[in-house]
Design a protein around this ligand. Structure first.
Ligand code: AMP
Length: 428
């Protein structure tokens, strides 16, 4: 047993795992650029109040899972690690006066989030999210645009059978009445409610709808549906989101039980699943409209919509579905030499190749040429650059380790020669 281990609920992304994440982040960066989102970076921690106000105090994320930072002095402010990126980005939107920028302001970020949750499969205390936020457009067209972008991310990542669940959770005009109707429904069955759900009934009844408790299934199936209680404006908005999704060919299903865990959502809510695996722990990602959030954080009333897609779960699903990321890590060339002691010579040539933009390794072991070549082969290198007697005439041997051929190349031509060989290898 090693003395020190990564903290519970976290994991090391070893190079093979990290390569998967890199690929996902490249896809995210490329996609969001095509859709006109600009990258933003906010701190990994914020004043606790940003999350308490921006997410809602009566949510699991704040109540139970917020990763609080113990202050070092009494007068220090209270900080917490971000459990999700939206509240911090909206804090930045207000702080930097982005209301005066051309609207909508379309922002994206990818990075680690923290929740002090009980660790279990697919649920970590530090996990990664790819996030987009479109602020300053009340929709409904942009709602569909954002959902389509999320769906395309999975498609380009190679995840098969991704399905979108959508719902409307109303707005301050119609939700309060629905909440009362819903409370009345559950109050009628209060004796059969599991204790945690009974506790939530008066404080955040919407959460009962997405309860993980199997005992709740029957009760939830008979619950009044929010889509039957939307005001005219919310109903028209939802119809239009669906019409846009139809037109864009995004496969979706309406799920009236989808309410999402966070308080600030209004109207459109959505989640992405692998079809057939719609369970609480299985959401690949989700998002929604949060028209009240900017105002909550001290800005002018400003509508917004966004999503957070968990990269850890995408990586898990890709592994399950057998999708592997092809990443080139082998060097193009390894510099070896007849004189085992001449590490200076080998390192100098490798440095030259690297400065010329090529992936090169110098053999720094003081061992015989044969052993150096053997190691180059094991590395998966395409070429060995062999320093020998010809160096006196400004030449080196270049051995094609894959073809088994060898030729003399002038030092001055080496970079161009290898680069050309790499190009024809890639495209040939
Ligand atoms: P949420 O903000 O809770 O809706 O989460 C959005 C997405 O982030 C989820 O669908 C998951 O893919 C991912 N996610 C949330 N919490 C965790 C966690 N503890 N560990 C891993 N991924 C998570």
């Amino acid at each position: 047993m090693p003395t020190y281990r990564a903290p519970r609920g976290t994991r090391d992304l070893l190079p093979a795992d990290r390569a998967v994440f890199d690929r996902l982040m490249r896809i995210a960066a490329d996609l969001t650029a095509r859709y006109g989102f600009r990258p933003i970076e906010t701190p990994l921690f914020e004043q606790t109040a940003v999350f308490e106000r921006g997410i809602g105090e009566i949510t699991d994320v704040v109540e139970k899972e917020l990763f609080r930072i113990a202050p070092r002095t009494e007068e220090a402010e209270s900080w917490a690690l971000r459990p999700e990126p939206t509240a911090g980005i909206m804090r930045a939107y207000v702080q930097h006066g982005m209301q005066t920028w051309p609207q909508p302001v379309k922002l994206t970020t990818t990075g680690p989030m923290f929740r002090y949750d009980r660790p279990q499969a697919g649920r970590y205390r530090q996990f990664w999210q790819f996030d987009v936020e479109a602020v300053g457009d009340a929709g409904p067209a942009i709602d569909a645009e954002v959902i389509e972008l999320g769906h395309r991310f999975y498609t380009e990542a190679g995840v098969r059978d991704v399905e979108v669940l959508v719902n409307s959770i109303g707005d301050p005009a119609c939700r309060p009445a629905y909440v009362e109707t819903l409370k009345a429904h559950y109050r009628g069955h209060v004796a059969t409610l599991p204790p945690t759900e009974r506790d939530r009934l008066e404080r955040n009844v919407l959460r009962l709808l997405d309860s993980k408790d199997p005992d709740m299934a029957a009760l939830n199936a008979g619950a009044p549906r929010i889509t039957d209680h939307l005001c005219d404006a919310c109903a028209a908005h939802f119809e239009s989101v669906k019409a846009h999704l139809d037109a864009l060919g995004v496969p979706y299903r309406v799920d009236s039980g989808l309410v999402r865990g966070l308080d600030y959502y209004t109207r459109t809510a959505f989640e992405f699943y692998v079809a057939g695996r719609e369970g609480q722990q299985q959401a690949l990602g989700g998002g929604g409209r949060y028209d009240g959030l900017v105002e909550l954080l001290g800005g002018r009333p400003t509508p917004g919509i966004g999503f957070g897609l968990g990269l850890d779960r995408v990586a898990l699903v890709l592994a399950e579905q057998g999708v592997v990321a092809e990443v080139e890590t082998a060097p193009l060339a390894v510099v070896v030499g007849a004189d085992p002691e001449d590490t200076v010579g080998r390192l100098r040539v490798a440095t030259l190749l690297r400065a010329g933009g090529l992936r090169a390794r110098a053999d720094l072991g003081r061992r015989k040429l044969g052993r150096q070549l053997e190691a180059a082969g094991k590395d998966g290198a395409h070429f060995a650059v062999i320093l020998g007697d010809e160096l006196a005439d400004g030449q080196v041997q270049v051995r094609d380790l894959q073809a088994g051929t060898q030729r003399l190349v002038a030092m001055g031509d080496l970079i161009r020669d290898l680069a050309r060989a790499e190009g024809s290898h890639k495209h040939g």
